[in-house]
Each structure stands twice: as structure tokens, then as C-alpha cells.
Design a protein around this ligand. Structure first.
Ligand code: GLU
Length: 455
């Protein structure tokens, strides 16, 4: 069986940490199974969906390296939902209802007041043809509900949560279509999962009760003649897995974190590999490690390692992983984002000092100059003057110079190294001098030492 997963965002905003995680896990499941990962744009809500977000979602996925193997859009599939709806109507699985939002709200309040669960009472199902006709004559357009089958419990084996069981009588018949004819998420999603041969639905645990309802929709749609493609032909419904939600360090994912968009992360210098490495393992029993090799992450991806407790997302972890990832990145992967003239040796010299790649610019100034003037004591000025005279250019000028000066002056440790670093870079700390000095070059290094000596 070909594994087919899908990521189904509504284009009402940028991708953020929460839905990047869902996309990533679906991508990983598909890659691990050698299958396909689909992007499905859930844009039946014309009012809230925006084209700019559709584009942003595509861009963000490409930036994250989670490119889909195919893209579908619900807004161009309305005729298919219409057909499915007609079939369900003919089979008596959807029915018109006429209550207003206020009436429904009142019913719920009364139920809650009596200590009862606020389950829809199916009053609309009991209407006679005459009563319905009367409503329509009054100009009340119906919304439509899916009629749940109460005859047996709904059960499935969840990939993360284990055995799940729901009593359908405890659930409201869900509204699938609004009075204006527009679709709610539930039915089109089930129709698409059948039509697109989706074999595995991996999403957040906020969807668990939707799954119970959708499992009955899958059965009703199959019974009404909707056929699955070969990939999923023998499945009554996709395999479901619901992962625990992400929370921040204070126990719940703050608005800011929850909405921390891909664009904001990118601007802050967070590398896609860091996001992937963290989110791949967060909430699992595997350790979060700065693994830049996706194949290695995919290899260890296993729903059995996912815990049921909320996964803690800590920005400090993301920064730590990001730094460690940057320290591993090969030159070829970053070359087009480095300052002009900075080659492989420059990258290797500077990489260990970076928290973001943008910082390479600042450190590269130490090579290209002009550097900040430094203030040295008279003794240190004399010392760097000696260094200017002693400088010889060979394989490893820094170690040759410091060895020579150590011998001639008796200096060692900080008094030996710090004045030289200050004179050569204008800074008291920075990249390894052994790697930096050859990049500065002989003439410029001598000039800097002489300048510091005479300042
Ligand atoms: N558009 C739905 C959402 O973003 C999709 C949920 C699903 O994966 O089925 O919540």
C-alpha cells in the first residue's frame, strides 16, 4: 500500500510553530513510507481565506524543505462535495435543520443548566413534511446536519492515543453545510481523504471528536458509492493519529508563540533545519538533538515514540538547536547568504562564533576592515610593535608568531594573546586567530600591528 498523507491548512494566516509541526510529521510519515505527501488547501471559507496566505504557505513549506508531492484546493472541488452531499441526502444521512443560532444557544444553556451534555436534540429530524414546507414558505433556508448512526460505538486504533471509543449518541449531529450553501470543514475533508486515497491522517488532538464523526462519514460515503483509489481501496477509513498539543514553558502555548510565524522565525535567523530537528522530536521519547541530516530524522520517526502529554516548546531549546546546527552547516549550503568575498576558509573560521548566519557579516568585518582602534597600555604597544617586526608569513603565521614572541618576551596566556588579538581585530574576543590571521593577510596584519603600536 502506498502511504499518502496530507497537510490541510486553512489559508487564513501564516504557518506557525503548531501547524509546521503537523506538516513536518505528515511529511516524515510519507518519506519514511516511501509515499506521497499532499498539500490540501482548505479554502471553502471564502470570507476568511486569502490568496496571499496560500502563497505564503507554499513558500514556507519550500523554505522548510517540506515540499509537497501534490497540491489540491477545496475551492475548486465544490462540485464533488455537492455530489457527495446529494448521495448522503438520498441515503437519509443528511437532513435539513432550521434552528437559528440563538435557538441552538438557548437549547444548550437549558441542557447545561440541567447538568446534561449539550448534544443537539434532533428536533429537526422530527419535523413533518408540512412543518418543513412551512419553514421554507417563511423564507427560512435550512442548514444541513449529518445524521450520526447511534446503533454502535465508534472505535478506532489511534496511532498515538491507542484504542479510542465514542458513543455516537453523546455527539451532536454535526452541521456540514450552512444555510447559504457553504461547507463546513468536516464533510469536504472526509470526501477528499477518500478521493485522494489518503491512508494516514496525522493531526492535533483537538480533532479527536471530529475523527469520531468523520469515521461515520467515511462509512456513509462508501455505502453511498464513493470509491477510494487503489492506494487506499481496502481501508474503511484512513489510519488516524492525534498528537498531543504543543505548550509553552508556562504550560500553555502563549498567543505569541502559537502564532510565531515561519516568517518571524526566518527573520530572527532561525534555520529551517533547526525547526525541523526540534519539532521532529519534541513530545516524543527520543532526545531533541541538533540533527541536520533529514534522513537520520526520518529513520527514527515512529508514532510509537509520541507521548500523550503536551509537548513543551521552549524558545531557548530552539535557539540552542539552531546554534548547534549552524556550527555544522557546510559552506556550500550557506555560500549564497554570506558576505561578499567570504570563502570556505572564512566560513570555517567564523562559523563557531555564530548564533545566526546574518552575524557572519559582523565577524567578516574583522577580516576586511576597517577595524575599531584599540587602546593598549604603553607596554602592550611596545609588545605589538615587536610583533609587527617578528611577523613572518608561512603555513601557520599565528602559531609561528606567538611561539616566537613567547620565547623572546617571556609572555604567555592572556598577556601574550590579548594585545595581539586587539591589535589585529579591534576586539577582545572572536574567531580563532590561527584561522583568522591568514585571511587578514600579511600586509594588512603588519599594518594593523604597526598602527596599534604607534596609537
Ligand atoms: N483545515 C483543517 C485544520 O486546519 C484540517 C484538519 C485536518 O487535518 O483534517 O484544522
Amino acid at each position: 500500500m502506498t502511504v499518502i498523507t496530507r497537510f490541510a491548512p486553512s489559508p487564513t494566516g501564516r504557518l506557525h510553530v503548531g501547524n509546521i509541526r503537523t506538516a513536518l510529521h505528515n511529511w516524515m510519515a510519507a518519506r519514511k513510507g516511501g509515499g506521497r505527501f499532499l498539500l490540501r488547501i482548505d479554502d471553502t471559507d471564502a470570507e476568511r481565506s486569502r490568496e496571499e496566505y496560500v502563497e505564503a504557505i507554499r513558500e514556507d513549506l519550500a523554505w522548510l524543505g517540506l515540499e509537497p508531492d501534490g497540491e489540491e484546493r477545496q475551492s475548486v472541488r465544490l462540485a464533488i462535495y455537492e455530489d457527495a452531499f446529494e448521495r448522503l441526502k438520498a441515503a437519509g444521512r443528511v437532513y435539513p435543520a432550521y434552528e437559528t443560532a440563538q435557538e441552538l444557544d438557548l437549547k444548550r444553556k437549558i441542557q447545561l443548566g440541567r447538568g446534561l451534555p449539550p448534544v443537539y436534540d434532533r428536533a429537526a429530524l422530527a419535523l413533518t413534511d408540512e412543518q418543513r414546507a412551512a419553514k421554507e414558505a417563511e423564507g427560512v433556508a435550512p442548514h444541513w446536519r449529518f445524521r450520526l448512526d447511534h446503533s454502535a460505538p465508534i472505535e478506532w486504533q489511534d496511532g498515538v492515543r491507542g484504542r479510542q471509543k465514542f458513543d455516537p449518541a453523546q455527539l451532536s449531529d454535526p452541521v456540514v453545510r450552512r444555510a447559504d450553501g457553504s461547507w463546513l470543514y468536516m464533510l469536504p475533508s472526509a470526501v477528499d481523504d477518500i478521493e485522494m486515497g489518503v491512508t494516514q491522517v496525522l493531526r492535533g488532538e483537538d480533532h479527536v471528536s471530529n475523527t469520531a464523526v468523520q469515521i461515520q462519514m467515511f462509512a456513509a460515503l462508501h455505502a453511498a458509492g464513493m470509491a477510494s483509489p487503489a492506494s487506499a481501496a481496502n481501508m474503511p477509513h484512513p489510519a488516524f493519529a492525534h498528537e498531543a498539543l504543543l505548550v509553552g514553558t508556562e504550560g500553555k502555548l502563549s498567543k505569541r508563540l502559537g502564532s510565531l510565524g515561519c516568517d518571524a522565525l526566518r527573520e530572527r535567523g532561525v534555520e529551517p533545519e533547526a525547526i525541523v530537528a526540534l519539532l521532529a522530536r519534541l513530545g516524543t521519547s527520543l532526545p531533541v538533538e541538533p540533527i541536520a541530516d533529514r534522513a537520520a530524522l526520518i529513520d527514527t520517526f515512529d508514532l510509537a515514540t509520541f507521548g500523550r502529554a503536551p509537548a513543551r516548546f521552549d524558545e531557548a531549546d530552539l535557539e540552542r538547536v539552531n546554534t548547534a546546527i549552524i556550527h555544522q552547516l557546510p559552506y556550500a549550503e550557506v555560500a549564497d547568504r554570506l558576505p561578499e568575498g567570504m570563502g570556505e576558509a572564512g566560513w570555517h573560521a567564523i562559523r563557531p562564533n555564530l548564533e545566526t548566519i546574518a552575524q557572519a557579516q559582523d565577524w567578516w568585518h574583522l577580516v576586511t576592515g576597517p577595524i575599531e582602534p584599540c587602546e593598549l597600555s604603553p607596554e602592550d604597544r611596545a609588545f605589538v610593535g615587536q610583533a609587527a617586526a617578528a611577523l613572518e608569513w608561512g603555513q601557520d603565521p599565528w602559531h609561528a608568531l606567538t611561539a616566537k614572541l613567547k620565547q623572546s618576551t617571556g609572555r604567555k596566556g592572556k598577556p601574550l594573546f590579548l594585545p595581539l588579538r586587539l591589535a589585529l581585530t579591534g576586539k577582545g574576543h572572536g574567531p580563532d586567530m590561527g584561522e583568522l590571521l591568514p585571511l587578514i593577510g600579511e600586509a594588512e596584519a603588519r599594518a594593523r600591528l604597526e598602527r596599534a603600536a604607534s596609537a
